[in-house]
Design a protein around this ligand. Structure first.
Ligand SMILES: Nc1ncnc2c1ncn2[C@@H]1O[C@H](COP(=O)(O)OP(=O)(O)OP(=O)(O)O)[C@@H](O)[C@H]1O
Ligand SMILES: [Mg+2]
Length: 320
């Protein structure tokens, strides 16, 4: 349904996302993890055709057989909301504080689906019910500030679902929420994906939430997908030194139960785009670095366990 081939997001000669191949089919639930700045949001925005003006998307993005890279804005507009829809990382930015939430969610129905006012209102009530907002008729008239963080996130989910997208991209949908609410929102996204046979791209720092919500996982570093496979395989037996570091740096259960935290980082930090090494982008921070890592980009290799790893340690077939 959606296929990315060798797709990159470039800022001049630097890439924030580098040569990604990805197929998204109905009902897929794919997690995207990696440290801050590794390109998760940029990957999501590129699928939506919404990368910031300074950057350019190259390669191929095919939706239902149609190439969207370099397609006119009108083609993108036709796909957004209907084919793919996104819950953005900054939730308050998507909710105009001066508008009632019922009007915010009705807007795509009026614009994209051409519904009349009362039909749109009825549909908003259905959507609010579907995402678990109690007393939807009353809630319609409220403003964003009158809602709790969890309820606001449900409104954003309703907004993203308004035109029945086939792919929902959720960029850090639970980061701003407390642990119990985060869990309920995660489960809601999974239920919605299953009920609607909708694909879900679930971006999160929270490996626990990703393991709960997704079947497959992409581990990103410096714009590369450095490891991918089933969520269970990759989280249980991480192959790439970067994935191993991410999992080792995971906060303890006692910490995650009380507070959503960014993962403590692996030694060093994600270098700015301009300083990224030419070869493996994790070289310089990698505990198992070989001489060629900094200069030669590793190929993606499939391990015996079925994960795909972009690391020179695996190029002989298995880890050395
Ligand atoms: N508007 C922009 N213009 C130029 N470069 C940008 C812009 N936004 C982000 N970048 C760069 O693109 C790279 C990827 O950023 P991105 O926002 O995708 O990271 P992320 O993985 O989503 O991080 P986080 O976990 O903090 O959300 C970073 O190097 C960042 O500096
Ligand atoms: Mg982001």
């Amino acid at each position: 349904m959606i296929e990315l081939k060798n797709m990159s997001v470039n800022l001049g000669i630097f890439s924030a996302v580098r040569g990604v191949d990805l197929v998204i089919k109905p009902g897929d639930r794919i997690g995207v993890v990696g440290e801050s700045g590794c390109g998760k949001s940029m990957l999501a925005l590129s699928i939506m055709g919404m990368v910031p003006d300074a950057l350019s998307t190259v390669g191929s993005l095919i939706v239902d057989g149609q190439e969207l890279i370099d397609a006119p804005e009108s083609t993108w507009t036709a796909h957004r909301a209907r084919t793919m829809s996104m819950i953005f990382q900054e939730p308050m930015a998507a909710l105009n504080p001066l508008r009632r939430i019922g009007d915010i969610v009705a807007e795509p129905l009026l614009v994209h689906d051409g519904l009349g006012k009362s039909a749109a209102r009825a549909r908003v009530i259905d959507l609010f019910t579907e995402v678990g907002i109690p007393q939807p008729e009353l809630r319609l008239r409220q403003y964003p500030h009158e809602l709790s963080g969890g309820q606001r996130q449900r409104v954003l989910i309703a907004l993203a679902l308004a035109c029945n997208p086939r792919l929902l991209i959720a960029d850090e949908p639970t980061t701003a929420l407390d642990a119990n609410v985060a869990l309920r929102i995660t489960d809601l996204l999974v239920e919605l994906a299953q009920e609607r046979n909708m694909a879900l791209l679930f971006i999160s720092h929270d490996l626990g939430a990703v393991s709960r919500a997704t079947r497959d996982i992409l581990v990103m570093y410096g714009g590369d997908i450095v490891e991918r496979g089933t969520t269970q395989q990759v989280l249980q037996e991480p192959a790439h030194p970067y994935t191993q570091g991410l999992i080792a740096a995971r906060p303890q259960i006692s910490q995650t139960a009380t507070r959503r935290k960014r993962l403590p980082t692996i030694a060093g930090s994600v270098p700015a785009l301009i300083n990224l090494p030419k070869g493996c982008r994790f070289s310089g921070r990698c505990p198992r670095e070989l001489a060629k890592c900094a200069s030669t980009r590793p190929r993606a290799v499939t391990t015996d366990q079925g994960s795909t790893v972009m690391c020179h340690l695996f190029e002989g077939g298995t880890a050395q």
